[in-house]
Design a protein around this ligand. Sequence first.
Ligand SMILES: [Zn+2]
Length: 385
Amino acid sequence: MFPNHADPLVTAPAETAILAMLLAESPLSRVELARRTGLSSTAVTKAARPLIDDGYLHELPPERTAPGAGRPANPLTVTSGREFFAGVKISADTLYGTVCDLRARMRTTIHRPLGERDPDSVSALLIDLVAELLDTRPEFRERTRHLGIAVSGDVDRAAGRVRYSVLPGWRDVPLAKAIAGATGLNVTVENDVKALTVTEHWFGEGIGTEYFALVTIGAGIGSGLVVNGRLIAGAYGVAGEMGHIGIDPAGPRCHCGQTGCVEAIASSDAILAAVRGATGREDLDFDGAVLLARGGNPAAREVFARAGRAIGTGIATLVSLLGPERVVVTGEGLDTYDLFGAHIKDAYEAHCFKAAAKCPLTLRPLPWEEWARSAAVIGIQALFP
Ligand SMILES: [Zn+2]
């Protein structure tokens, strides 16, 4: 029986705990599940039963155990293809779509360039893209009921609205309702960096951590925070905006209205503007600025160094406040890591408070499809209360 459309698959705490653990790390024995979740073996067996009956979990053949070690154990594993999840990332110029299985593995990907970028045009293209994704295989159409959409900007996930995005005309757009109506899917909209943070926390570098942070560098500087095992949005939905921590009162003006934000110094646009200003080369584009710095131009190199110091100081502020076990640094800005990586690390170490500096920075280059995958993971999250 297929569960009701929008209801969570699991509601009891024990079911929630074991399904979440098995999605990230299958297979696991009931004994191991009990040890890791703190549940009794009886509670694990009881919680697993309905998930096995519904086809979400299955038992593997018994593992060989040492002679005299008692009854052999049948490890439990997720039935990956029991349900599929569509995900679409809306970027400034392209829609990236994917269908993932229960373990967040991408089964197919499609991308389409955006023409007009107003909400109605993007929505129409997105609806077509989802139809195309689901038509790739009959089982996608049969077994997909959740769609996640990731978009940059200020997103009210609970209300399914994009309050603000850099795309033209995107002010308070009721995106989830419009797309759900057209596709028949249960739609969740999330900020793209938060979606990526959830994905890294559940399926990547952050597995098993209670405190975790992800920082994106590139066109914008973004960050997502996990506290007590959960992504935090904060009282106003914008917790963890590392890009807008003010680090230099004498720094450049930021598009947010403040002065000296990390993003105003270290975004790719900010770097380009500063290289143009420092060299008098108004004709440069970003690639040109990179080439100039790699060629040894001192003014261009100093601009990248300053950007690296800004990013490192911003991450140190996050780490000193939050004490995460690890921080993942990602985004297209990693392409120029050779120019500012050492400065990021130096500023990070110089500004972290005491033991907080033990927190490692992990670099994680992510292709664009990974952003679509993170949107699908937001759909997987809808299985949980
Ligand atoms: Zn700002």
